[in-house]
Write a protein that binds this ligand. Sequence first.
Ligand SMILES: Cc1ncc(C[n+]2csc(CCOP(=O)(O)OP(=O)(O)O)c2C)c(N)n1
Ligand SMILES: CC(=O)[C@@H](O)[C@H](O)COP(=O)(O)O
Ligand SMILES: [Mg+2]
Length: 635
Amino acid sequence: MSGILDLINEANDIKKVKPSDYNRLAGEIREFIIENISKTGGHLASNLGTVELTMALHLYLDFPEDKLVWDVGHQAYTHKLLTGRKKDFASLRTFEGLSGFPKRKESNCDCFDTGHSSTSLSAAMGLVRARDLKGTDEKVVAVIGDGALSGGMAFEALNNAAELKSNLIIILNDNKMSISENVGGMANYLGKLRTGDKYINLKQIIEKALNNVPGIGHIIADKVRKSKDSIKRLVIPGMLFEDMGLTYIGPIDGHNLNELQMALASASKAKKAVIIHAITKKGRGYKPAEKNPSYFHGVDAFDVKTGKNSKVKKGITYTEIFSDTMLELGEMHKDLVAITAAMPSGTGLNKFKQKYPERFFDVGIAEEHAVTFAAGLALGGMKPVVAVYSTFLQRAYDQIVHDVCLSSLPVIFAIDRAGIVGNDGETHQGIFDVSFLSHIPSLTLMAPKNAVELIEMLHFAYAYNGPVAVRYPRGRAYEGLSEFQAPIVYGKSEVIYQSNTAGKKKNTQKNRILLLAAGSMVEAGAQIHDILVSEGREVTLVNIRFIKPMDTALLKEMAAGHGIWVTLEENVQRGSYGEGVASYLFEQNLRDIRLLNITLPNQFIEQGDVSVLKEKLGFDTASLTKRIKDFISHS
Ligand SMILES: Cc1ncc(C[n+]2csc(CCOP(=O)(O)OP(=O)(O)O)c2C)c(N)n1
Ligand SMILES: CC(=O)[C@@H](O)[C@H](O)COP(=O)(O)O
Ligand SMILES: [Mg+2]
């Protein structure tokens, strides 16, 4: 039997669906999403929570003329389904497939690319101002989650939106959850609004009680009813927003299409910014996700019946190593404190949170605040560890420079997801951190070659008195080369394999190869070393360890015996370690040394499995070896 969803093949088709079929359509959408995500993986729980919300918006808006801005964008699958992309879902988050986030290049119904949090209100404000300047009449709606509303940018935009004299609709999609449980004062306030009906009852109870007071009771009750201030604040939900100058509608049931449509119709009349507070359930309609929305926030393929992950787990991850080491360090050092910007499980800090709740701080989706907060903790005598994904640290550049490094404060940055992360694509690749960190004076930047070295580096970072960052990739930790465990010495690299330089002729020196590999690339470096050596070449392999400061003493020593240098790292070329080596050779006038920088290209890197992307980028061992050999023979 064909379903209602089959009738929807392009934008605005939903308007042809009979209202009596809306519930059936919502059910079919949920079924479709569960079925598909169970095969491809993806952001399941948030999408199940926004089905009716998205349907209501599609009934209200005309695409592509009207503009719908999604915050983070991880909840936009229904929007994709309703705008002609149903057929592409099998390719979700794969190379050249359907993106997991809104993408302008994918559809003219996506008006703003997202992936990072708390940007929707600013972008929507810009669209409104542009509309008003042009004199056009398209509608503009932003959808922001309660988690995303904890981000500083959202507050900045709300402050600005209060000045609007034309319509902007903000849907606050409140499911009480960020990835983990939502935190902070705004979350508490929203909690109070959710129970707003209780306050209304309270008002009625007060009025009734006063009316029963003989004599002046009814006069006071009348005053209470008319009072605009204190009592109103008590009884009318959303007064915080109202007092700021925005109109608040809600709370409403975000799974009730009627309520949503009525709220949108009434919001559309205001010549100002209006917040519709919609209460939804993360994971709605799929029991395992309703029960454990954090786990089903972002999942790999799973079995629909059991909800269990169907992929076999291979090896320990860097995140797990970090997580366990934090427990160890926490036990040893009572001044160690840990900070996350709403990612306790993603960063692995959840164990630390459980064991040392008083030394754990989840500040909400607020990376800028997290870093300056860490500066304050360090000033107060604590040893803060900011655990953060490379891509989200981009937010906090000025705070790192101005608040931490300028005063050389002992803050540790544990930078997870450094390098290619895979299926989340352009917005989430951690490929810029070496570039935006390695020029900051007083900051030390390290990268471990393997699991053991991450542990050592974290211990080293604790003991070091100054700002220090350790970057490590997403996923499985490399466990090879574990016999190489030279103690970490500040600013010193580790020579893994030293080619024999004794008694060799000058010509041999010219052709001798020096591989300078950073972090995740040491594994590839070791493989390339073995291949080149098996072909009779002389090769030295160095594990950089310190991307900054550069170990110039070692470089000087190596310059005497190696004519071909190759740097290997997982970062774009501009601002890379390799670029630093090129400057060094130039400054030292070492013009005879031929240098090949192997870095990621200076471009945004799209989505796909890490192995697929590496192959496409020529970053797999076979391609890298070929590149090095070509370089040797052509230079
Ligand atoms: C700047 C930034 N930091 C962290 C994240 C990781 N992240 C993605 S979704 C999310 C939670 C968002 O919560 P909410 O807005 O309430 O949406 P929900 O998942 O509940 O639907 C977080 C922390 C991000 N995308 N961007
Ligand atoms: C949407 C978002 O930003 C996160 O949910 C992100 O997808 C998590 O990535 P990991 O799977 O690497 O934790
Ligand atoms: Mg939420």
